[in-house]
Design a protein around this ligand. Structure first.
Ligand code: FAD
Length: 382
C-alpha cells in the first residue's frame, strides 16, 4: 500500500449526511474527501422516500441542491392525521405555520445523486472505498481503506451504522421497536396533490406521502408481516393496504417494488472525541414516524461545518463546541420522535381513547396545532 497522503477532513460514508457536510465545508474553503463503501450510483436502488422539511430544503438550496427540481419530488402542503378504529382526526395545513409547504418528498437515490455531483475541486467522493480502520495519532487522524491510507486533520464518521465507533470510547445505546417499515410506491384511484397521510395503526404509523407519480408508502408492521407483504403478490398487498388505510384516496390499484427496514432507536454519546466526530444515522437513528432523521442530521451537519470553518486551526475545540451546542436540539428531537412512536404503538388499557383525545385536541386547539405543525416543518418557533 502506498504511503499515506494528506487531506483536510476525511468523511467516512457518502450518504446524504456525509455528502452534505463535504459540500458545506467546500463552501467555507475547507478541503475534504468522502470515502463511500458502495459503487457510484448504488444508492439509486434504495427504495425509501424522505420527507425533507422546509428548513432542510432551504439549507440544501444554500448547498447548491434545488430540492423542488429533483426528479420525482412532490411538496407536502397538508397532513391528514388519523387513528385506525378510533374517533378523532385532524388536518394540519402548512400555511398555518407561514410556509407554503411542510417540505418535499424526495427519493433517497435522487437526493444522494444530486448531493454527490461535485461542484468544487475542494471535495471529492472515492467510491468502492470502505473505511476499514481509523487511527487517532493525536495531531492528525489516519483513515485506511483497501486501496489507500489518508491522514487528515479530523475525521467525520457518517457511515450510518457507526461500525468503527466503539474502539474510540463512543457509547451507543440501541432499542428495537420490534417492527419493520415496509416501503413502496402506491397508485390509487383518487390522488390528492400535496396531501400526506399519517394513520396510526395497531403496530405503528402508516404514512402515505405524495410523490410525483402517486404515493410513497412507509408502513410499520411486525417483522414477519412486513417480509410477507414485501414478497406477496400485488393483489394481496393492495387488499391489505386498503383495509389498513381505508378509502380516502379511492381504490388502491398497485403497490410497486417494495423493501423493508428494521426500525430502531439508536443514540451515540458523545458525538465528538478529539479529532473524531460522528454525524447522521451513526449519531442517532430514529423511527421514521415524524420524518425527523435526516432533517435532524442536516442541522447537525450545519453546526459541524460552521464549527470547523470558524476554528480550522483548533479542530478539537471546534468539534467539542459543536457537540455541546447540538445537545438540546438532538435530545428534544429524539425524545419527541420516540414518544410519538411509542404512544401510538404500545397498547396499555385506555391508550386508544387517549390517542383519539389527542387527535381531537389537535383539531380543536389552534396553539397545539401550530406547535405540532412547526415541529414537522422545523420552522423557527415564535
Ligand atoms: C423507511 C425510512 C423512512 C425514512 N423517512 C425519513 C423522512 O421522511 N425524513 C427524514 O428526515 N428521515 C427519514 N429517514 C431517515 C433517513 O433515511 C436517515 O436519517 C438518513 O439516511 C441518514 O443519512 P446518513 O448519511 O447518516 O446515513 P446513510 O443514509 O445510512 O448513509 C451511510 C453511507 O455510508 C456508507 N458506509 C457504510 N459503512 C461505510 C464504511 N465503512 N466506509 C465508507 N462508507 C461506508 C453507506 O454505504 C452509505 O452510503 C427514514 C429512514 C427509513 C429507514
Amino acid at each position: 500500500m502506498p504511503a499515506p497522503h494528506s487531506t483536510g477532513i476525511a468523511i467516512v460514508g457518502g450518504g446524504p449526511a456525509g455528502l452534505a457536510l463535504a459540500r458545506l465545508l467546500a463552501r467555507a474553503g475547507v478541503r475534504s474527501v468522502v470515502f463511500e463503501a458502495r459503487p457510484a450510483g448504488a444508492s439509486s436502488a434504495d427504495r425509501r422516500s424522505i420527507a425533507l422539511s422546509w428548513r432542510s430544503h432551504l439549507s440544501l438550496t444554500r448547498l447548491g441542491v434545488d430540492v423542488p427540481s429533483l426528479p420525482g419530488v412532490a411538496p407536502i402542503r397538508a397532513i391528514h392525521v388519523s387513528h385506525a378504529g378510533q374517533p378523532g382526526r385532524t388536518m394540519l395545513e402548512a400555511r398555518e405555520t407561514g410556509v407554503e409547504a411542510f417540505g418535499f418528498v424526495v427519493g433517497y437515490g435522487a437526493l444522494v445523486a444530486a448531493l454527490a455531483e461535485a461542484d468544487s475541486s475542494d471535495w471529492c467522493v472515492t467510491h468502492d472505498a470502505p473505511a476499514t480502520a481509523i487511527r487517532d495519532e493525536g495531531s492528525q487522524v489516519c483513515v485506511t481503506t483497501p486501496h489507500e491510507s489518508v491522514t487528515a486533520e479530523a475525521v467525520v464518521i457518517a457511515d450510518g451504522a457507526g461500525a468503527l465507533l466503539a474502539e474510540f470510547g463512543f457509547e451507543t445505546t440501541t432499542r428495537e421497536y420490534g417492527v419493520h417499515a415496509l416501503v413502496g410506491t402506491v397508485q390509487v384511484d383518487r390522488p390528492v396533490a400535496g396531501l400526506a397521510f399519517e394513520r396510526f395503526t395497531r403496530h405503528g404509523p402508516l404514512a402515505m406521502l405524495p410523490s410525483a407519480d402517486g404515493y410513497s408508502l412507509v408502513w410499520s408492521l411486525p417483522q414477519m408481516d412486513a417480509a410477507l407483504l414485501r414478497d406477496a403478490p400485488q393483489i394481496e398487498v393492495c387488499e391489505k393496504l386498503q383495509t389498513a388505510f381505508g378509502w380516502r384516496l379511492g381504490r388502491v390499484r398497485e403497490v410497486g417494488a417494495r423493501a423493508t427496514y428494521p426500525l430502531v432507536l439508536k443514540r451515540t454519546r458523545p458525538t465528538v472525541r478529539g479529532r473524531i466526530a460522528v454525524v447522521g444515522n451513526a449519531a442517532q437513528t430514529l423511527h421514521p414516524v415524524a420524518g425527523q432523521g435526516l432533517n435532524l442530521a442536516l442541522r447537525d451537519v450545519w453546526s459541524l461545518g460552521a464549527a470547523v470553518a470558524e476554528q480550522p486551526d483548533a479542530l478539537p475545540e471546534a468539534l467539542a463546541r459543536h457537540d455541546r451546542d447540538r445537545q438540546s436540539d438532538r435530545s428534544r428531537t429524539i425524545g419527541f420522535t420516540d414518544t410519538l412512536a411509542r404512544a401510538f404503538t404500545a397498547d396499555p388499557p385506555g391508550a386508544g381513547l387517549l390517542r383519539g383525545a389527542l387527535l381531537s385536541g389537535l383539531d380543536l386547539s389552534p396553539p397545539m396545532r401550530r406547535v405540532f405543525a412547526r415541529l414537522l416543518s422545523t420552522t423557527p418557533m415564535s
